[in-house]
Design a protein around this ligand. Structure first.
Ligand code: GLY
Length: 420
């Protein structure tokens, strides 16, 4: 089989790594990919948002299955384009991806389907949102409605912070059209969990659970990021909680989307808060989590291609998965300043020595320069390992990190330990 992976981050590198282990796969392309994927994948110079070019490439190369990593191509309708050309692709249609691409759609959908989530209001006028804050209880959460590269969520402890959020999102237009509408919702506290399932429109194939660490700094302080690390399984998972999540959240979501003619085929990611009243949805994503996928895929022993193809072919009932019983951990090495301004182009050293300890290093923001590998993004590398316990997995990850250097490298030293 020939596979095309769309995207260039750590999640996509982990997908390439796992897919390359399939006996069914002969060739993998990545558009645009990253240097860490070589020689497992051939890099193609097409942007994830150039959906017509990607479909032309898949058609010309006779790609058997395309796997979409990031959300932007889903929002642009890449799956609809591939479907119209009879090209097999893993991911939801533009309509189904609205569960991620419109926060107000997702919240109203949850309200209609009795899916547990916090109370909320939707505003299309800044004046009305600001007026609401004079009567609201704090803390609360302000969210840009559309895609905002993980930066559109503001946790506001007091009124001034919520007012500043509305200024940025609606009045200054920080996220463009994505900020023309906002969701204002109650703040939830508890333990976070990421629950990812592969869906074929009707059937649900739950993957191993995970938890990511969204805050930039140790002790869960500082601004939100795309994720500074992850572990799998989520520490608080019990069989009872798993059943509750499936019954109260995942099953009604998949059934409700099908009822609305938005059959969800692809990866459904539920970002959950496990509260004293049970699991509640913080957000849905329509694609693999990053860095959660890195740790989940490290634990998958079965052929990922069978699972992804099962979803695309609507026959998920034929697949099964076998998981490593241990724990996987991942720590993100980032550039100082991330998630705000940071510099790039710094030489990266020590990867081979780190890998000799048995860790996997998935690239996120790297490029090949004339004199070797250099940094080229906010999140630069993901250092991942498995072990029989969380302690052993994390010790291996941090041993691996001790060999890696680049100027202005930052990372959290408490992944796996801190509790929110
Ligand atoms: N790590 C959170 C996300 O992928 O959206």
């Amino acid at each position: 089989m020939k596979i095309l992976i769309i995207g260039s981050g750590g999640r996509e590198h982990a997908l390439v790594w796992k897919i390359s282990q399939s006996k069914r796969v002969t060739r993998i392309f990545a558009a645009p990919g990253n240097p860490g994927m070589m020689p497992l994948a051939e890099r193609i110079d097409i942007k994830p948002t150039s959906i017509i070019e990607l479909a032309d490439f898949a058609q010309a190369e006779k790609i058997d299955l395309t796997v979409v990593g990031p959300e932007q191509p889903l929002a642009l309708g890449i799956v609809d384009e591939f479907n119209s050309r009879n090209l097999k692709i893993f991911g939801p249609t533009q309509k189904a991806a609205m569960i991620e691409t419109s926060k107000s759609f997702a919240k109203e959908f949850m309200r209609k389907n009795n899916i547990p989530t916090s109370e909320f209001k939707v505003f299309v006028s800044a004046a009305e949102a600001l007026d609401h804050f004079s009567r609201a209880q704090f803390p609360l959460v302000v969210k840009a409605d559309g895609l905002a590269a993980g930066k559109g969520v503001y946790i506001c402890r007091k009124k001034e912070e919520a007012v500043a959020a509305i200024h940025e999102i609606m009045l200054e237009g920080k996220f463009g059209k994505s900020g023309e509408r906002v969701v204002v919702e109650d703040f939830l506290s508890g333990q976070e969990m990421s629950f990812m399932c592969v869906c074929d429109g009707r059937r649900i194939f739950p993957l191993a659970t995970s938890m990511d660490y969204k805050k930039a700094l140790e002790g869960d302080k500082g601004p939100n990021t795309g994720g500074m690390g992850a572990i799998s399984p989520a520490p608080q998972l019990s069989r009872e909680l798993f059943n509750q999540i499936m019954k109260s959240i995942i099953q009604p979501t998949v059934a409700g989307l099908k009822f609305e003619n938005k059959e969800f085929k692809g990866l459904l990611y539920a970002g959950l808060m496990i509260t004293r009243d049970g699991p509640q949805v913080l957000e849905f994503n329509a694609r693999f989590g990053d860095p959660e996928s890195q740790v989940v895929l490290m634990r998958l022993k079965s052929d990922l291609v069978d699972i992804l193809e099962g979803a695309a072919d609507e026959n998920l009932f034929e697949v099964a998965a076998d998981w490593d019983e241990g724990v996987a951990g991942c720590v993100v090495l980032a550039a100082k300043g991330y998630p705000q301004k940071y510099s790039s182009g710094h030489s990266i050293r020590g990867l081979e020595r780190a890998k000799s300890l048995g860790v996997e290093v998935f690239h996120a923001g790297t490029e090949l320069a004339a004199d070797g590998l250099v940094t080229a993004g906010g999140r630069v590398l993901n250092v991942c390992a498995t072990g029989p316990s969380l302690k052993e997995a994390m010790a291996k990850v941090y041993d691996g990190i001790s060999f890696i250097t680049f100027d202005e490298m930052i990372f959290r030293r408490d992944i796996g330990w801190s509790r929110k």
